[in-house]
Design a protein around this ligand. Structure first.
Ligand SMILES: NC(=O)C1=CN([C@@H]2O[C@H](COP(=O)(O)OP(=O)(O)OC[C@H]3O[C@@H](n4cnc5c(N)ncnc54)[C@H](O)[C@@H]3O)[C@@H](O)[C@H]2O)[C@@H](O)CC1
Ligand SMILES: [K+]
Length: 514
């Protein structure tokens, strides 16, 4: 699913009106109609007071049109206008006029805190103050209005975007954002919904189809796109009946040092469960018995050193390499990585301490094989790209690094981003239970395994992140967030593959059994 910028959405609105020969007020009627249908389906005429707070732009226009439709259907509605300027939009004015056709109760014009209404906890608040037209933080008494709404426990429904959030810009003032319980957004979700600083204000959302021009939506390159099951399913490669283990790649995994061998165990198990044909693990001598006992399917290649990694031989030409898990950052390990990069052309997975070593020796960037996938956690990412000011600055820094060195870099989080040259993919699976030790080692093993099986690097990264999150979701469903461990995620990798091919159950008609 594509994510468009506010600018692109305005353009989509314009083209839609032009092609469908409708006015922007007609489009607003359609948009408000979708919100009305959503509410009406759920409320079924219930007389719960609905307070609609409108701004003076088109988001306010949506609120007015919704108010008219609700009043027409007998709902108990109060409409308020935050009358902070007389620069009202055309569609706002048209809908301001139209609401007067259906009620004698004109919208209440608010011009300061004295006009704020009392709201009963069981009432419903509709937030139509600002939409994607917000260009600066909400200030003055309108911010006080936002605080007033936020102080109420009443259910808050935001139209298009919670007021105070920018569709694709940083949060300017976290206090001045409506804490909506649910957001009904038009056509496509906004970038803000998926980034940590702004996403926290959008716990639940639904995108309502308002019939924007399909050609524009299909042909326009989005600023990002969300990875959903059908896309991942389309990447999956069926196994050939006559294939053998040599057809599924030989992954070399290098890492581990004394006291951190578990990382390699987790990565190895995850790699095997993700389907690579052969796995060789390269560990310091002290890790040999641990690996051979814990992962009997893997071959083990001991380092020359007892406690740390000093040399990673690749003269036997593995299909690909995953390096860095629990590896430590000793000087001899840095040398081993430099040699590995110099001797390897094919893209590899670079994780954990290998990334920390690259951060310490920035000249190593130039020798990383193109197409390699870097899987930093937030701390490692900070060391790689420097301190960022906000989520968008972080993305920009990562994009530049990807483009400069032709790399794929993950920005891990509630919605992990897979960023490659010219592309941002937003993962849709995963949960807070996965914020646990070793979870990243499992992910690196999965991506390395997919890469070894011949999936293109960008596909291996997207698929690995999606399946990892899906396995984590199944673990959380069965165990609860707290009990999710890396091993529990890994043991559900098989389920995450099977889930790709599970059909959604058709909707049940609960009344049909009577
Ligand atoms: N045909 C269309 O263009 C459609 C527009 N729609 C609605 O229109 C919204 C966008 O409307 P607008 O572009 O009118 O903008 P908004 O209604 O989001 O904002 C209103 C105006 O307030 C001003 N403003 C921005 N930040 C401010 C601040 N912090 N304090 C005070 N004033 C500020 C801006 O000049 C902006 O134009 C969408 O989010 C959506 O709800 C929908 O009705 C769908 C169709
Ligand atoms: K809003």
């Amino acid at each position: 699913m594509k994510i468009f910028s506010a600018e692109q959405l305005y353009e989509a609105d314009r083209i839609t009106c032009e092609k469908q020969q409708i006015s922007s007020t007609d489009l607003m009627e359609r948009a408000a109609g979708q919100i009305f249908n959503w509410l009406n389906t759920r409320m079924q005429g219930a007389q719960v007071p609905i307070h609609i707070f409108c701004g003076i732009g088109n988001n306010g226009g949506d609120g007015l049109a919704l108010g008219r439709m609700l009043i027409n259907h007998g709902y108990k509605v109060e409409v308020y206008i935050a009358n902070f300027t007389d620069k009202r939009s055309k569609c706002f004015l048209i809908n301001y006029g139209r609401i007067k056709d259906v009620t004698k109760n004109w919208p209440k014009l608010m011009s300061g805190p004295d006009d704020f209404p009392e709201i009963h906890p069981d009432d419903i608040i509709v937030d139509a103050l600002f939409g994607i037209g917000l260009t600066r933080a909400i200030e003055g008494w309108v911010k006080e209005l936002v605080l007033h709404l936020n102080s109420s426990p009443a259910f808050k429904l935001a139209i298009d975007i919670p007021s105070g959030l920018s569709a694709n810009g940083p949060v300017l003032d976290p206090e001045g954002v409506v804490r909506a319980n649910h957001t009904l957004t038009f056509q496509t979700p906004k970038m803000a919904f998926f980034l940590p600083k702004s996403g926290q204000f959008v716990p639940y959302f639904e995108a309502l189809d308002i019939g924007l021009d399909p050609q524009y939506l299909i042909e326009t390159k989005p600023m990002a796109s969300i990875v959903l099951k059908p896309e991942v399913k389309s990447f999956y490669r069926q196994r050939n009946k006559y294939s053998h283990k040599g057809d599924y790649g030989h992954l070399l995994m290098a890492g581990g040092n004394q006291g951190q061998m578990g990382a390699m165990v987790l990565s190895s198990q995850a790699a095997l469960r993700t389907g690579c044909g052969l796995l060789t693990v390269h560990v310091p001598k002290c890790g040999l018995d641990i690996l051979q006992t814990a992962v009997p399917e893997a071959m083990a290649q001991p380092d020359l050193e007892e406690l740390t990694i000093s040399d990673i031989p690749v003269n036997w030409s593995p299909t690909t390499v995953a390096v860095g898990m629990g590896m430590g950052t000793k000087a001899e390990t840095a040398e081993a990585i430099k040699t590995l990069f110099a001797q390897t052309e094919q893209p590899m997975v670079i994780d954990a301490d290998a990334l920390n070593l690259i951060s310490e020796h920035q000249n190593m960037f130039d020798s990383i094989p193109q197409g390699s996938i870097l899987t930093p956690h937030p701390g490692e990412l900070k060391r790689l790209v420097g301190e960022w000011t906000d989520d968008y600055d972080k993305i920009e820094r990562v994009k530049q690094l990807c483009e400069k060195h032709q790399l794929i870099i993950l920005v891990k989080g509630a919605n992990t981003l897979v960023i490659g040259p010219g592309l941002i993919k937003i993962n849709s699976t995963g949960n807070p239970g996965m914020a646990t030790a070793g979870s990243g080692d499992v992910l690196s093993g999965m991506i390395g395994s997919l890469l070894a099986q011949g999936y293109e690097p960008i596909i291996a990264a997207i698929m690995g992140v999606y399946l990892h999150g899906s396995a984590g979701n199944m673990a959380a469903t069965e165990l609860g967030f707290e009990a999710v461990t890396a091993s529990e995620i890994s043991s559900r990798i098989s389920e995450s593959f099977l889930e790709l091919f599970r059909e959604e159950a058709p909707p049940q008609n609960s009344g049909s059994k009577e």
